[in-house]
Design a protein. Structure first.
Length: 196
């Protein structure tokens, strides 16, 4: 039985978004920041997109997002879905990335400049179902370039699309993401205490 004082990452961010929405949650580099309310909003949108990709409780997602505010969004989104995340440095070699196979990661969210290595390793990782890329100033890629590599653009996956999912209370402390227009979206439990 879970101690009532314990909270997962998503619950902690949700509570902070409710109580101190304009407080700074994270700052990375110069000018890259998220307030608690923005982090909560971005994370919920990403959780909906990840659920549409088939992420469910217990799945593992690799995050190659060091130095990006999207790393925080992805960590909270994974927590919302009950998925585990594995954070990796973008400088990993193809050989090192094939170790993802041992972690049975379902997907990877990565900065664009790490994608050539990840795309090269993708064929050797049986569990890997999808790759999502974040366009950065360093990588200078466009969503069209990512799609040409067979990579889904982060902006597309994390986009707010209220017509395709919603959060629904079924009992105190729990919610579900329910599909409306995204056929691949399965009903996925989300363990958190904050709705909108």
């Amino acid at each position: 039985m879970r101690n009532t004082n314990e909270q997962n990452l998503a619950e902690t961010i949700a509570r902070s978004a409710r109580t101190t929405p304009d407080a700074l949650a994270i700052t990375i580099g110069s000018g890259k920041a998220r307030t608690f309310s923005l982090l909560w909003e971005k994370s919920r949108h990403l959780a909906g997109g990840l659920a549409a990709l088939g992420v469910v409780k217990g799945d593992r997602i690799a995050l190659v997002l060091h130095g990006q505010v999207e790393h925080a969004d992805a960590m909270v989104a994974c927590s919302l879905l009950g998925a585990a995340f594995v954070s990796l440095e973008a400088s990993r070699s193809t050989q090192e990335l094939t170790r993802l196979a041992g972690w049975h990661c379902k997907g990877v969210i990565a900065v664009d400049y790490a994608l050539p290595t990840i795309v090269a390793a993708r064929e050797q990782i049986d569990s890997l179902r999808w790759v999502v890329g974040v366009c950065t100033a360093r990588g200078r890629s466009t969503p069209a370039q990512l799609q040409a590599l067979g990579v889904r653009p982060y902006a597309e996956i994390a986009a707010p699309d209220p017509s395709s999912y919603r959060f629904v209370d079924e009992w105190p402390g729990s919610a579900n993401v329910v599909a409306h227009h995204r056929p691949s979206l399965q009903r996925s439990k989300i363990d958190h205490n904050h709705q909108n």
